[in-house]
Design a binder for this molecule. Sequence first.
Ligand code: CO
Length: 134
Amino acid sequence: MLGRLNHVAIAVPDLAAASAIYRDTLGAKVSAPQALPEHGVTVVFVDTGNSKIELLEPLGEGSPIASFLEKNPSGGMHHLCYEVDDIVSARDRLKASGARVLGDGNPKIGAHGKPVLFLHPKDFAGTLVELEQA
Ligand code: CO
């Protein structure tokens, strides 16, 4: 079921500053910022060749990463995203094994224009997991 690692997401308080670290200090290829109001974040993608780093900054009221940044004011690793072939069958299989799907349980369109879901960190070794249909 589990496919390749699509990205590692890092929540940051200042997207421009974090982008500059990756672009200027680390010399990485960094995308333009993309606002995702439905997800309450603005994202930047860093191309690492074999995968991507997703830098997340809160967008609007009630952003899902706001409380994370209160606990981690300088930022920190927020979630891992794995690819699956069929997100609905993956969700049904995980739910049948007792895993909790966040939100209303239905896939939303993510930053790459593909359906995504989030799984409860307590069910996955303390790590928030995003599934993206490849
Ligand atoms: Co993500």
